[in-house]
Design a protein around this ligand. Sequence first.
Ligand SMILES: *Cc1c(COP(=O)(O)O)cnc(C)c1O
Length: 399
Amino acid sequence: MSLTEDYIKQADYWSAHNYKPLPIVLERGEGVWVYDVDGKKYMDMLSAYSSLNQGHRHPRIINALIEQAGRITITSRAFHNSKMGEFIEKLCKLSGFEKALPMNTGSEAVETALKAARKWAYVKKGIPENEGEIIVCNNNFHGRTITIISFSSEEQYKSGFGPYTPGFKIIEYGNAEALRKAINDKTIAFLVEPIQGEGGVIVPPAGYLAQIRKITRENNVLLILDEIQTGFGRTGKMFAYEYEDAKPDILVLGKAMGGGVYPVSAVLAGNEVMDVFTPGDHGSTFGGNPLAAAVAIASMDVLIDEKLPQRSMELGIYFMQCLKNLNFKSIREIRGKGLMIGVEIKKEFGTARVFCERLMCKGILCKETHGQTIRFSPPLIITKEELDWALKQIASVLQ
Ligand SMILES: *Cc1c(COP(=O)(O)O)cnc(C)c1O
């Protein structure tokens, strides 16, 4: 039996079976490359669902981690620490928001945004308490907590986990008129992804973000953008909303803010919204800890100093054009922005999972989403030469 099988057997035996990973066991990573326990090398084109925009073990981020680990790591928010202020100041200045609330995972940040929005509606907007409604989109992905799956349209995410949290209304994604029609005097907010990631890399029609910004503003409804996956350069801008100047009232971030090293998430908003929180309203033992703060500072510095959003834009355009030029019969559609690219496979050619397994044999790691779509989201530090190598492998599998 190979080493790989041993590791898989052990994990399978002791783990809940809530995932079905590709049969590969990773033990080392550097930049865009990862190595399995048998020493085989792969290009990481998933980047932990966009958590690794800066690549595996970026030296500046690792140094920040080690440096901070030599000082102090966790304090809890019962005390101040000497890193959190610097972290959220940098984050607020980078995104143009007045205040930040640090959390750990994406789901927690989404929950935080929903709590902020609800309280704003009851305290400031004057919606009668417990009667407010938040509008979300069909095919959304915002995490896995009970409240978040309560407004999922994916049967498997919900089934068996009821009763569900009330107060949400689902409308069609990419349809601004549907939003206008859904708003009433109980509407608190509209929560949406600028590009649906887990939903299959679904890019809304041009003008959608600007339209929903306008509609929510006209109706005194908060626009909450979930940029946990699209944020930090993934789509070719620092934040995807910049494409249409659709700065939201609440911005939710996570994934790449931790630089592929540590879970860090945050909610950003203006004072008008964030000031609804008073001491004791909300919290997190680990949120804003100095280790997370040091990592997030370095993660943002790398994105800025290495101009990774711009690189994502340029290489994304190149990569997408090369994929389109392949013109293979197996491809139904190629979608995306920057280095967030989905290739939808025609059903008669098999599932995307089968293609991902074949890509793995060719040394490329990626993951299917929604049955027919292969997602390519390599670290943004990838070079053109590395992309060309990947294209060669992808072409040989898709042909
Ligand atoms: C990954 C993701 C989340 C959830 O983040 P976790 O860290 O897994 O809780 C929420 N929203 C979007 C758009 C995501 O891609």
